[in-house]
Ligand binder design. Structure first.
Ligand code: SF4
Ligand code: F3S
Ligand code: FES
Length: 232
């Protein structure tokens, strides 16, 4: 099958602005966009820059905008997209080169919500126990792979880059509702800030973009409700 793959290119050493370059490729309909990018890099232009690692939807490194939607290049196939495919870097983040964006700000926001277990009690002899029901409360938000597809698809984030964004809230949720954790109050205080949960306008782009199917909006609303409850 012949496809036309348009890639948004930008080389900081040569270009003043990004531009589209079109590549013609003969591919298997079951090939993934990541395979197509490799094909271009290996057969047509070795200077093409993109991130990838696992190739199987686990590491979160190859999120990009494909045919107008944020997705993982390793999870979307040609037969799902058609003969005309366009690939651009994640929107709303500074482009380093071609499809590689600067994720430093994204990870700084992630770190700002203390995405780790806080518990100052002495460790028990075996383990910190938790019932299945207690685990189920935050099961959905444990699935995040930090790909950035949600935050970079959020119009509230585009309008106000200081907004902590859905990915950071998802990862805060994962610990706020963990019965073993003691850092929830502090996280809620951080997210009650003007750039915290109240910036969410329930636009739902984040839910559409998430390759892990996480119900991000529900997580944001649960965190918002916990903030209201705490301040009541
Ligand atoms: Fe990616 Fe989903 Fe995590 Fe957002 S919540 S960073 S879209 S896995
Ligand atoms: Fe943005 Fe998602 Fe809220 S797209 S506005 S974080 S529902
Ligand atoms: Fe790891 Fe796609 S390469 S998620």
């Amino acid at each position: 099958m012949h496809v036309s793959l348009r890639i948004q290119r930008f080389d900081p050493d040569r270009d003043t602005a990004s531009h589209w370059v079109e590549y013609g490729l003969d591919v298997d309909p079951m090939a993934r966009v990541l395979d197509l990018l490799h094909q271009v890099k290996w057969e047509q232009d070795s200077s093409l820059a993109f991130r990838r690692s696992c190739g199987h939807g686990i590491c979160g490194s190859d999120a990009m905008m494909i045919n107008g939607r944020n997705r993982l290049a390793c999870k979307i196939r040609v037969d799902q997209l058609g003969r005309k495919i366009s690939v651009a870097p994640l929107p709303g983040l500074p482009v380093v080169k071609d499809l590689v964006v600067d994720m430093d700000g994204f990870f700084a926001k992630y770190r700002s919500v203390h995405p780790f277990l806080v518990n100052d009690d002495p460790p028990p002899a075996q383990e910190r126990r938790q019932s299945q029901a207690q685990r189920a409360v935050f099961d959905d938000t444990t699935k995040c792979i930090l790909c950035g597809a949600c935050t970079s698809s959020c119009p509230s984030f585009w309008a106000r880059p200081g907004y902590v964004g859905p990915a950071a809230i998802v990862n805060a949720h994962r610990f706020i509702f963990d019965s073993r954790d003691q850092g929830g109050e502090e996280r809620l205080q951080i997210l009650a800030d003007r750039d915290g949960v109240w910036r969410c306008r329930t636009i739902f782009n984040c839910v559409d973009a998430c390759p892990r199917g996480i119900n991000i909006t529900r997580a944001i609303l649960e965190v918002s409700a916990a903030i209201v409850e705490k301040s009541a």
